[in-house]
Design a protein around this ligand. Structure first.
Ligand code: ZN
Length: 198
């Protein structure tokens, strides 16, 4: 196996910060071929020349046409979880992954109707904190802000589901939906029985 600085960097990083559901391949065409064949809805980050990171869908011809030399070139980092994969590569290689123009031709591009612009004036202090955070994380401020909003919305949805379940439980307490009359009767009989015993 030829040495690959990128692969070594990744292995060192994963040793310190293990990440679940991520596989990596270098000079292992059979293993990699197996992965993309079995996980057609997964994602692949190809570490190409100069350490550039290119994100592909696992069905993209660029990373699955095994008759092409390009397909096997470069370290492959694979996962079914795109966000997980991108944040791992970002942290390990200190670079922002780019989306492949071929398999993401329409998705994820601004101005294609799948994204909407939202003008959000920020107080100067919030803006400058966001800028600082972005330069520390070495990521665009817009990406950070989008992720923060997505995380917050996810938490809100989770909280709303929790509240709905709690309300249902409170409402149904003591009713037929809560108690099983047959079980209830059996346990009462059992209690009565044990009380009669000396
Ligand atoms: Zn692609």
């Amino acid at each position: 196996m030829k040495p690959s600085p990128a692969f070594n960097t990744l292995n060192r990083f994963l040793k310190r910060h293990p990440v679940e559901d991520v596989e990596r391949f270098w000079e292992d065409e059979a293993g990699y071929r197996d992965w993309v064949t079995n996980k057609p809805d997964g994602y692949v980050i190809n570490v190409v020349r100069d350490g550039k990171l290119v994100l592909h869908k696992a069905t993209c011809g660029t990373v699955t046409d095994f008759s092409q030399q390009m397909t096997v070139f470069g370290v492959k980092v694979c996962s079914k979880d795109r966000a997980n994969l991108e944040s791992l590569c970002r942290a390990a290689f200190k670079r922002e992954p780019e989306s492949c123009g071929r398999c993401f031709s329409e998705d994820d591009r601004p101005g294609n109707g799948r994204t909407k612009n939202f003008h959000l004036p920020l107080p100067a202090q919030v803006y400058s904190l966001l800028r600082d955070e972005a330069s520390r994380a070495n990521r665009p401020a817009t990406v950070l802000a989008r992720q923060a909003i997505e995380d917050w919305l996810r938490q809100r949805r989770k909280a709303a589901t929790h509240d709905a379940i709690a309300a249902y439980v409170a409402e149904m307490a003591g009713t037929g939906a809560d108690l099983d009359p047959a079980f209830e009767a059996a346990s009462l009989e059992y209690l009565a029985e044990s009380e009669r015993r000396p």
